[in-house]
Design a protein around this ligand. Structure first.
Ligand SMILES: [Mn+2]
Length: 458
C-alpha cells in the first residue's frame, strides 16, 4: 500500500462514519490539522466534534469520548497505539492521521502516515490536507492552513523551504490564490510584523557578526545603507513592505558581511509563504508568524481559539488570539530575564536551572532556547520546573544549537536514556528535547545527563 491508497482508505472510512470525534495536539501542527480535518468532515456532511490534548498518555486518554463515533487521531496516535488498544478501541472505530514513527500493537489500526513511504518532510497538517483534498477537491482553500502547520512543525527549516508532498500543497495554495511564494526571501523570522532592524538582530541562522543579538548594530547597518527606517507617519517599516531595490541592497550587504567574516551564505535566503488575503503587517500575514500565534494559543491552553482563527474568525476570537500572542511574548521575555538574573549552575558539559512553579512547563523550553544565546552557548542548557497537576513529577526541557549538534550532541538521546533510568520518559530532537522525571531524582538526573553529554562529545 502507498500513501495515496492510505489517503483513499481514510476518505472511505470518514464517508461511512455516522459521527466523528477528532483528537488532536495543542501545537501549531496539531491545531491546523484539527481545523483542516474538522472543516473537511463537516463539509462532507458528517457531524464532528474536537478534543485537544497536550500529549497522548494514560491521563489524557479520558479526553477521548466513550461513544460510537469514529475517533480520528491527528498529529498523535501513531506512537501511542498501545494506549488505544488498552482503552479497548476496536480497529473499526479508529483512524490515525500522523507523521510520527508508528509503534505498532496487536490491532492493525487504520493509518495515514507519510513516514513509511519516505515522506519525512510532511507534517500532520499535510497528511490531513491530502485527506481533505481527496474528500473534495474544493478543499484546496485549506492549503494555506496546511502550510502553516508544516512550517510550524519545522518542515521547511533544514531545506530552507517546503519540499516533496508539502511543496505540492504550496502549489495548490498558489493556484487557489491565497498563497504567494517568495522563492529567495530573507531567511528571517518576523518579516511581516517586526521593524527590519529588530528582525535582523533576532536572527542567528546565520549568525551575522555585528548584527545578530545587537539591535543598535543592526540599526547602524541599515542607516549606512541609507534605508529609511520609518514611514512618513513615524511607524517602523517591516521587511515585507521594503521595495525590491532596498531588499537587494540589504541582502547584498549581508552577503558581504558574512563573506568578510569567513562565514557561509548558505542559510541567508529561504523560501517564504505570504498570505495575500490577510492584512499587511498582521501576524497572520505569513506562515511562520501565523504558526507562532497558534502556538501561543496552544501553550496557554486555548487551542480552540487558534482553531477558530484557522477557520477564518477575524472578530472577537481573533482579538483574543492576538492577546494570547502578546501575553505569550511578555511572559517569555520575563522568563528570559529571570533565567539571566538568577543565573545557571554550570557543570562540565551542561548548564542548568530550576524555575519551580514560577513558569508553566509549556514555555520553559522556549525561554531556555532564548537564554542560550546570551549565556555560554557552547554548553547545552537544561531547565526544570514543577508540574502543577502532579507535584511528584518534574518537567525538564533542554536546548542546544547547530554548533553543538554538529559536534555530536543529541539531546533527545540523552534525555530519553537518562529519564528512562529513573522511571520517567522523554523525547524530541537532537537540538531540543524534553522529559518528565520523578521529583526526587532531580539531582542524580542532572548529573547523569552531564555524564551522557560528556560521552557524546568524547
Ligand atoms: Mn506535528
Amino acid at each position: 500500500m502507498g500513501f495515496s491508497e492510505e489517503v483513499r482508505g481514510a476518505v472511505e472510512t470518514i464517508r461511512n462514519a455516522e459521527t466523528v470525534s477528532v483528537i488532536s495536539h495543542i501545537d501549531a501542527d496539531g491545531i491546523t490539522s484539527e481545523a483542516i480535518v474538522r472543516t473537511a468532515i463537516a463539509r462532507a456532511g458528517v457531524p464532528v466534534t474536537s478534543h485537544f490534548v497536550r500529549q497522548l498518555e494514560p491521563l489524557t486518554m479520558k479526553a477521548v469520548p466513550e461513544d460510537d463515533s469514529l475517533k480520528v487521531f491527528v498529529d498523535l496516535g501513531a506512537g501511542q497505539q498501545n494506549l488505544l488498544e488498552e482503552r479497548g478501541l476496536s480497529k473499526e472505530e479508529v483512524l490515525i492521521l500522523d507523521h510520527h514513527v508508528a509503534q505498532p500493537c496487536e490491532i492493525p489500526y487504520q493509518q495515514v502516515n507519510g513516514v513509511p513511504y519516505g515522506h519525512t518532510k510532511l507534517s500532520a497538517a499535510g497528511v490531513a490536507y491530502f485527506v481533505a483534498k481527496a474528500l473534495d477537491p474544493e478543499n484546496i482553500d485549506l492549503a494555506k492552513i496546511a502550510i502553516v502547520g508544516n512550517v510550524g512543525d519545522m518542515m521547511a527549516r533544514e531545506t530552507l523551504g517546503l519540499v516533496g508532498l508539502a511543496a505540492e500543497i504550496v502549489e495548490d495554495g498558489v493556484a487557489h490564490g491565497s498563497v504567494r511564494v517568495v522563492r529567495k526571501d530573507l531567511n528571517c523570522y518576523g518579516t511581516s510584523t517586526r521593524p527590519v532592524h529588530v528582525c535582523l538582530s533576532y536572527n542567528d541562522d546565520p549568525r551575522i557578526p555585528g548584527i545578530t543579538n545587537d539591535m543598535r548594530g543592526a540599526e547602524r547597518f541599515l542607516s549606512k545603507l541609507e534605508i529609511t527606517p520609518k514611514t512618513a507617519d513615524g511607524r517602523y517599516r517591516v521587511w515585507e513592505e521594503l521595495g525590491r531595490d532596498e531588499k537587494k541592497t540589504i541582502t547584498s550587504a549581508l552577503v558581504q558581511q558574512l563573506l568578510a567574516n569567513g562565514e557561509s551564505v548558505d542559510r541567508l535566503f529561504a523560501e517564504s509563504y505570504l498570505f495575500v488575503d490577510e492584512s499587511e503587517r498582521s501576524p497572520l500575514r505569513n506562515a511562520s508568524e501565523f504558526a507562532t500565534l497558534l502556538n501561543a494559543c496552544g501553550r496557554w491552553a486555548k487551542p480552540r481559539i487558534g482553531s477558530s482563527v484557522c477557520c477564518g474568525d477575524r472578530g472577537t476570537v481573533y482579538r483574543e488570539a492576538e492577546y494570547m500572542l502578546n501575553n505569550h511574548r511578555t511572559i517569555i521575555r520575563e522568563l528570559l530575564q529571570f533565567i539571566l538574573d538568577t543565573g545557571v549552575t554550570e557543570l562540565s558539559h551542561l548548564q542548568f536551572l530550576h524555575v519551580r512553579d514560577r513558569y508553566p512547563d509549556t514555555i520553559i523550553g522556549i525561554g531556555a532556547g532564548m537564554a542560550l544565546g546570551k549565556l555560554n552557548w557552547r554548553k547545552p542548557i537544561l531547565i526544570m520546573c514543577t508540574l502543577p497537576e502532579d507535584p511528584s513529577m518534574t518537567k525538564v526541557s533542554m536546548r542546544t544549537n547547530e554548533w553543538s549538534v554538529r559536534r555530536g550532541v543529541d539531546l533527545q538521546a540523552v534525555l530519553t536514556a537518562a529519564s528512562g533510568e529513573y522511571g520517567g520518559g522523554g523525547g524530541g530532537h537532537p537540538i531540543a528535547a524534553g522529559a518528565f522525571i520523578p521529583r526526587e531524582a532531580e539531582e542524580v538526573f542532572v548529573n547523569r545527563v552531564n555524564e551522557l553529554l560528556r560521552d557524546q562529545l568524547a
